[in-house]
Design a protein around this ligand. Structure first.
Ligand code: SER
Length: 339
């Protein structure tokens, strides 16, 4: 008998840390993590097992298919927006081919189980692209189906995978004799910039906010790579994890789409600085703009519209900008750094 499991790819990343912390408390399933490197002890304590390997290794995925009964896949492994610009071809391989490999695995599992395998895919606000700054500044919250003209490799990869996931769920091999539709229950959220008190992002364009906060707590000076008046949507990690679990658990009948926006607050980089100074008054935070990274952030919407998520699966963030600091970031970061 194969063992029933939840598979989490990219488990060493920030979302992997947040997700495993919550899922491991629930306990009525086994969790298998997959990543390029062995996980740290925090994750090792919370998973039933882990596999060190690459999502591009088809033999490895074949072994997982043979060994386990996979009821859900959280496919988190990806190369983020800044890093992807340095190696677009590798980013495409990991972000697109890797995702298709996991969707293939879900289809094979769905076929052998005779039911749909849940597949969560974290998409991103990077799927949007607004090149005209006047238009960007004067557009209100952007809904799911507008301005999908990504300006980064990462954004192109995410937008394509939203579509290919929908295809695998609804139309896969639609003309073949044995229809293969309804074998993958694909669900995706376009996440804004995420801020965790426990982990640091790497290779993203929204990294300035978490970097600024953690640097202040460590008493390190921080030079922010975007302008002080830069605005983009952010959210705390606990809110993002809650949203992922709300969507994954929502009855299929309540979902009007497969890809949803979620958002909580859109402060300026200067707002972050001022807020941090109100807690760490001697923090040294300066601005030295990296024009290329600025252009990436400037192509993303200032605010996004998450009405569909609110209506379909009762999404509502717990933290706003003030409570994110007051109730989560500051207390947890002070604990982390022994302050
Ligand atoms: N946080 C991501 C990045 O900066 C956006 O999804 O790449």
């Amino acid at each position: 008998m194969r063992k029933p499991i939840i598979l989490i790819t990219g488990i060493n990343g920030e979302i992997g840390h947040g997700l495993v912390e919550y899922l491991s408390h629930k306990g009525n399933y086994s969790i298998i993590g997959l990543d390029l490197k062995p996980p740290n002890s925090f994750i090792q304590k919370r998973v039933d097992d882990y596999v060190v390997g690459n999502i591009l290794d088809k033999d490895l995925l074949e072994r997982l298919n043979a060994e386990f009964e996979i009821s859900a896949i959280f496919h988190l492994a990806a190369i983020l927006s800044t890093r992807a610009e340095f190696s677009p071809r590798i980013a495409h391989d990991v972000n697109v081919t890797g995702t298709i490999n996991l969707l293939d695995l879900a289809i094979e599992q769905g076929q052998s189980l005779g039911r749909a395998v849940k597949f969560f895919f974290p998409s991103s606000i990077a799927v949007y692209g607004i090149s005209n700054s006047n238009l960007r500044d004067n557009t209100g919250p952007v809904p799911e189906d507008q301005f999908r003209y990504p300006k980064t490799m990462y954004g192109c990869n995410k937008l394509y995978c939203e579509n290919i996931g929908t295809y695998f769920a609804r139309y896969y091999k639609r003309l073949s004799v044995e229809s293969s539709t309804n074998l993958v229950d694909f669900r995706s959220i376009r996440l804004p910039g995420l801020i965790s008190a426990h982990t640091m992002p790497s290779g993203g364009s929204s990294d300035y906010a978490p970097e600024m906060i953690h640097a202040a707590a460590r008493k390190n000076p921080y030079t922010c790579f975007v302008r002080e008046d830069t605005v983009m949507p952010f959210m705390t990690m606990p809110d993002a994890i809650r949203a992922i679990l709300l969507l994954v658990k929502a009855p299929e009948s309540s979902l009007s789409r497969m890809v949803y926006n979620i958002t909580s607050f859109s402060p300026t980089a200067g707002d972050f600085r001022n807020k941090i100074l109100s807690y760490f008054s001697d923090a040294k935070i300066t601005f030295e703009v990296n024009d290329k990274r600025q252009a990436i952030v400037d192509s993303w919407p200032r605010e996004i519209d998450d009405t569909s998520a609110r209506e379909d699966w009762n999404w509502k963030p717990i933290h706003n900008f003030n409570s994110a600091f007051e109730d989560y970031l500051i207390p947890e970061i002070c604990k982390k750094y022994g302050l």
